[in-house]
Design a protein around this ligand. Sequence first.
Ligand code: 7PJ
Length: 291
Amino acid sequence: MQQLQCGRFRLPVGATDRPLVMGVLNITPDSFSDGGHFFSLEAALSRAEQMMVDGVDIIDIGAESTRPGSPPVPLAEELRRVMPVLYALRDCGKPLSVDTCKPEVMREVLHAGADMINDIRGFGLPSALEAVKDSDCGLCIMHMQGDPQTMQSAPQYVDVVAEVGAFLRARVMAAEQEGIARARLCVDPGFCFGKTLAHNLDLLAAIGDIGGELGLPLLAGLSRKSMIGAITGKPVETRLAGSLAATLFAITQGARIVRVHDVAEMVDAIAVWHAAERRAAEQSSSTSSNK
Ligand code: 7PJ
């Protein structure tokens, strides 16, 4: 049974386990999909409570907007946003992930009890791996081309699937060289982080291969993203159905953790998909054993 070591938790991420839902808790005043709505501590906590009622498996606290074109958030400001939320949710019973690239933030939040670090730069800043290595937190290693300020201007690849796969492999090796156990790692192709619609679709079709080749659980974040808008023509507030479809497709391709804004809807979609999928697997194994 495959498990992801995630601070105080061991999360089931095997091929037959129910895919896990990571709920996005944005505490930025400007993040692109729920800009400003959840900036106050009170609002962040009530949002987290609702996600728990809705069946969330991991809460991903993000204080640095990574919306395309967004400016970096200074260290002190990021800590000012994230720490009160982390302290308040510390004993909520769910694994707490922090979406950050800054080694100083990683150290502080791990000290305060975060279970996972989700780094859109794949722990690429100097001393990021060092900041997490002596804890037992989970790591999500994500691929991004460029940086949030410029990444969507002209992303370029010769072979996006091979290049994203090679990047993730290199970062996994770097983590292992720091002595970080593989059981703590998951990988993410980073949809819409320096990718055109065509790049994103290539990656979506191939994510099973990327995760499978590395032998690590795959995390996919598609919720409300620009690629959903590019396909449906819908603005960010009306991308729910498109997000559910893309995310379920990612699950059929092998994603084990999905990062979403709409937890209740995703949990229901997964419950129905998983029930049907398990039954289909039972039927095909009983058919093959009768042969
Ligand atoms: C992702 C993320 C993602 C991981 C964001 C947004 C932009 N972390 N943080 N994967 N996206 N691991 O929520 O649209 O796709 S911020």
